[in-house]
Ligand binder design. Structure first.
Ligand code: LRH
Length: 491
């Protein structure tokens, strides 16, 4: 018997979902109430999120959830770094920018002129990504909108604000802004001051598990949910929620949260802020209960998603299972790319960019779609290997196996190649890690589950997991790793 149902609102880069989770002492069961597309919109001023369509999708999803029975509470997670600005009347100023918009190109240099690159890392512990909130704000400096802004709300906080009227900054996601002090976990007054960012813009922090208010009357009326339904702060950075749901039962484990991005790393008790860590571009983002997500962003399934969109425009086959079957049959180690090369970040003709990369680095140019997909998956497996080995070394941790969670864990070939490349057993699943983490934090706030270890035990005992053993072709992977190292030097 299930005790209560919790609604997880989980927005990803390509779709949003409202998922119902029923949590009991020995069961944890998910059903998808509603799924809706997340289609970014290009305007003359840049690439934006269609935040009104997203909010409407959430309302429709909550209405579906209400139809299927009682909802104890609601939690919201999305991707990191992006935000909306509110004016003095509380109105949204313009449309939130997509992190893949190019307006922050070159903004980092302006920030580093005020706070050096090394010092910025020593304070925030954040990996360098050109779209970190701190750089987006530098790109917006002097704009009419930023001038009129009284509040900055990160995406999940904005959506929670529209559901409840409450204002706050959830701390796992705040840790991706580049404005939080990694040691104290609070907004860095020193940074805000030196970067001329009005501290009043940033709301008070709140922690996963904190109450975030109840539904506004018009939200309750539209969805049919009880107006007293609470919204609970969850780990609103999707990756932080996914890490909650890693079914690890041992202290030192590696994880890869694999979706549009691959986030590969470790869970630590304290940040690693060394110069070596900065040079290797590892991040110290915050997890729940004071944990540190020590990881690096890898371009992830974005490469395949973007190839698929290109092929669709070109009238070529786009059925993913068929493409993966072609890739499984394609020749191994024909060509590899560095998935994190800057040219792969923005939307565009990804197959052409991959071919250009291979040609430029003197490798065989993948011809067929299957060859392109094979190149992507081997390149990701190599990047997983690189990130996990470096993380283990920098954090001085003995990794014995890898948990691969998220949508990418459905990709059999990627899981096997990751086991092969890392030389470690891979435990794949759950695919719905983010929604599960969102739901478990709500269930804990309701007193239904215990600490992080207990949550993970519940995941391990209730969710379907698959095991992959390395096939022992280590020498071939070593050679491929050496090849990509020299290719990225020449590219
Ligand atoms: C994954 C993710 C990742 C961030 C990126 C912007 O969805 O949240 O952790 O770096 O999106």
């Amino acid at each position: 018997a299930f005790a209560s149902a919790f609604a997880a609102v989980d927005l990803g880069a390509t779709s949003g979902r409202v998922i119902l989770g029923r949590v009991g002492p020995d069961n944890l069961d998910l059903t998808e109430a509603h799924r809706f597309p997340n289609t970014p919109v290009r305007l003359p001023g840049g690439l934006h999120w269609d935040v009104l369509a997203l909010f409407q999708g959430i309302l429709d999803g909550l209405r579906e959830a209400a139809r299927s029975g009682g909802v104890a509470s609601v939690g919201v997670d999305t991707w990191a770094v992006d935000y909306g600005l509110l004016d003095a009347d509380g109105a949204l100023l313009g449309h939130p920018f997509h992190y893949r918009d190019t307006r922050s190109d070159g903004a980092a240099e302006r920030v580093w002129a005020k706070v050096g690159r090394e010092e910025l890392y020593a304070i925030t512990g954040l990996q360098h990504l050109p779209f970190n909130t701190v750089f987006q704000l530098a790109a917006a400096a002097g704009s009419v909108q930023l001038g009129a802004a009284r509040r900055l709300l990160l995406m999940p906080d904005l959506l929670v604000h529209w559901l409840t009227g409450s204002v706050g900054a959830e701390e796992t996601n705040a840790s991706t802004t580049g404005l939080l002090d990694a040691r104290t976990g609070t907004w860095s007054k020193d940074l805000l001051d030196r970067l001329d960012i009005d501290p009043e813009l940033l709301p008070a922090l709140r922690a996963p598990g904190d109450p975030a208010g109840t539904l506004l009357p018009h939200v309750a009326a539209y969805t049919g949910l009880d107006p007293k339904t609470s919204v609970t702060t969850v780990a609103s950075h999707d990756t932080a929620s996914a890490v909650v749901a890693v079914p690890a039962t041992e202290p030192c484990f590696a994880y890869i949260s694999c979706g549009t991005w691959s986030l590969a790393g470790l869970e630590l008790e304290a940040p690693v802020l060394s110069e070596e860590s900065r040079a290797a571009n590892f991040t110290n983002e915050r997890g729940i209960d004071g944990t540190i997500r020590y990881l690096r962003n890898i371009m992830g399934m974005w490469l395949l998603e973007e190839c698929r969109r290109t092929w669709e425009r070109q009238g070529l086959p786009t059925h993913i299972p068929a493409l993966l079957a072609d890739a499984a049959r394609a020749k191994a180690f024909d060509s590899v790319v560095d998935p994190d090369a800057p040219e792969f970040l923005a939307p565009g003709d990804m197959p052409a960019r991959i071919r250009d990369y291979c040609a430029r680095t003197g490798q065989r140019v993948p011809g067929s779609q299957g060859a392109v997909v094979r190149c992507i998956l081997e390149s990701l497996a190599l990047a997983h290997r690189r990130a996990l080995r470096q993380a283990a070394e920098l954090a001085d941790c003995d990794v014995t196996h890898v948990h691969l969670v998220g949508g990418g864990s459905r990709n059999d070939l990627l899981c096997q190649l990751t086991a092969d490349a890392t030389g470690l057993p891979v435990i794949a699943g759950p695919t719905e890690a983010t929604a599960l983490g969102n739901i478990l934090v709500q269930a804990r706030a309701a007193g239904l589950v215990g600490d992080l270890a207990a949550m993970r035990k519940l995941i391990a005992s209730t969710q379907h997991l698959r095991h992959y053993t390395p096939r022992g072709d280590g020498a071939a992977w070593d050679a491929a790793a050496a090849r990509i190292a020299s290719a990225s030097r020449t590219s």
